[in-house]
Design a protein around this ligand. Structure first.
Ligand SMILES: [Zn+2]
Length: 487
């Protein structure tokens, strides 16, 4: 049994062909050429834009010229991950697919059903003569996995439709109708290294093994931020102790991850040693109590260390620590459109000492509502402005997709799913990024949904695709196109 024997044959056979073309993110010439040849072979008009996105266009079926035009979209790149034992070369080798019971997986590599399966469904639909509907487009974007490059640079002429079906979701029976945009804020402070006073006693404070997690989808799960906690402890100590100098600090890691560790070295008056112990123990007890339901393995340790050569000048250290403590972190608003969905949040991610005597703080803000994201970003910036940050930068901004529960497309999708499977689909939005928000920027009039057959462990060599869900996803796509055509 190979994937070519699976049903629906039209989808699996295209998937099989896509899978044979190397397409790791950033190296998409081969798959682009394959897509262009596919369009030519099926006599479809096509267009390749400046960044390499490929669109294919099919005119309306006779009699459906007035029907809404639909864009079916997926991304052409895939995450290239393999297990330690694999000799696979993602630049040259085809993915080896294996039918394993109800699942298709690869041989110790990612399968690339994310998003090869989305593309296969789009291409099967646009070449299916039995689907009678309005104008149709199949759109393949570049480098979704490495920064949404294709979607970020898309122009309106690549989006010829009223409705867009994004085929890059991974749960059968779930229709996604919104996502969050994001923006990284970077704050730089120049500090003066000062010779470490010999009359102080030095201590290293380490936080480790906090849960951490995704800075978007886990922001409302009640996990701690080691970065926020470290600033809180240091502010407390600076107020309670006669003197508390900061020699170094290193907290958190990636901007899109909750900080699970932090280290700082401080210098205090030896006479305050007892006070330090009392304050530290109280702090640990408070943290253990506050996070008793979510954090299980955290370690908070203080130990005496030798004097370092230098410390950070007191003024800069104070401004950095106070700003991190004062700046918002966590959920800032919930969606009024979808119950339980985080609308706006920020992750105060990291404090790092960099070459050139700089301290760099990073925060990552997200919102489905662009203006809310801007508000939150300004609020954080204001705190760091007051703290006299030497440089304030933004990086990697992308737009969100605000859920619209009154969307006509959504109503048709829910109806189609219910008609086919007798149950209502789950309608949800995610507090993370999808390409749809960026399409909306280029084509604000479009209505969109995102769905796709069940994939598990994507981005890992265990990635697998649920065979029955592909049939369901395909049937749903055909039914939805029919419903849209009949509007
Ligand atoms: Zn994807």
């Amino acid at each position: 049994m190979t994937v070519r024997d699976l049903k629906p044959a039209c989808v699996w056979q295209i998937f099989d062909e896509i899978t044979k073309v190397p397409r790791p993110s950033g190296k998409l010439d081969k798959i682009r050429e394959w897509l262009v040849n596919f369009a030519k072979a099926h006599q479809l008009e096509y267009k390749v834009d400046e960044v390499g996105n490929v669109a294919m266009f099919r005119p309306a079926s006779p009699g459906y010229e007035k029907a809404k035009a639909v864009v079916l979209q997926g991304h052409m790149d895939m995450v290239a991950e393999k297990s330690a034992t694999s000799n696979h070369n993602f630049d040259t080798d085809p993915i080896e697919t294996i039918v394993d019971g109800e699942w298709v997986r690869a041989n110790n590599t990612t399968l690339g059903a994310d998003d090869g399966m989305g593309l296969a469904i789009a291409l099967a639909a646009i070449t299916d003569p039995d689907i009678k509907c309005g104008a149709m487009e199949a759109l393949a974007t570049v480098d979704e996995e490495t920064g949404l490059t294709g979607a970020s640079n898309i122009k309106a002429d690549m989006l010829r439709g009223d409705y867009l079906l994004n085929l890059d979701s991974e749960d059968d029976g779930v229709i996604t109708v919104g996502c969050a945009g994001g923006l990284v804020s970077i704050f730089k402070f120049n500090y003066k290294p000062v010779e470490a006073p010999k009359d102080l006693q030095y201590f290293k404070i380490s936080f480790s093994k906090f849960h951490g997690g995704h800075s978007g989808t886990d922001i409302d799960k009640g996990f701690a931020s080691a970065t926020k906690l470290m600033s809180r402890l240091l502010v407390t100590l600076s107020k309670k102790l006669d003197r508390c100098e900061l020699a170094c600090i290193d907290s958190g890691n990636l901007h899109n991850a909750l900080a699970f560790n932090a280290v700082a070295v401080i210098g205090i008056n030896p006479a305050d040693k007892e006070k330090l112990a009392v304050e530290f123990n109280q702090f640990v007890a408070d943290v253990k109590n506050e996070y008793r339901n979510t954090e299980k393995n955290e370690e908070l340790v203080i130990e005496s260390v030798d004097a370092p050569e230098t410390i950070i000048d007191s003024d800069t250290a104070r401004r950095v620590i106070y700003a991190v403590f004062a700046a918002p972190h966590g959920v800032s608003s919930m969606s009024m459109e979808i119950k339980g969905l985080v609308e706006t949040s920020t992750n105060l991610a990291s404090i790092k000492m960099r070459e050139g005597n700089q301290i760099v703080v990073e925060a990552f803000s997200r919102s489905a509502v662009e203006s809310r994201k801007e508000e939150l970003v300004k609020q954080i910036e204001t705190v760091f402005e007051l703290a006299g940050a030497d440089e304030i930068l933004n990086e990697g901004a992308y737009e969100g997709w605000e859920p619209r529960m009154d969307s006509k497309l959504l109503a048709l999708a829910v109806e189609s799913w219910e008609k086919l499977y007798g149950v209502k689909p789950v309608v949800e939005a995610i507090h993370a990024g999808l390409e749809c928000g960026l399409f909306l920027k280029a084509a604000p009039h479009m209505e969109m949904i995102s769905y796709g057959p069940t994939l598990q462990d994507v981005h890992s060599p265990q990635e697998r695709c649920h065979i029955p869900a592909v049939q369901k996803g395909w049937d749903f796509t055909v039914e939805l196109l029919k419903e849209i055509a009949a509007m």
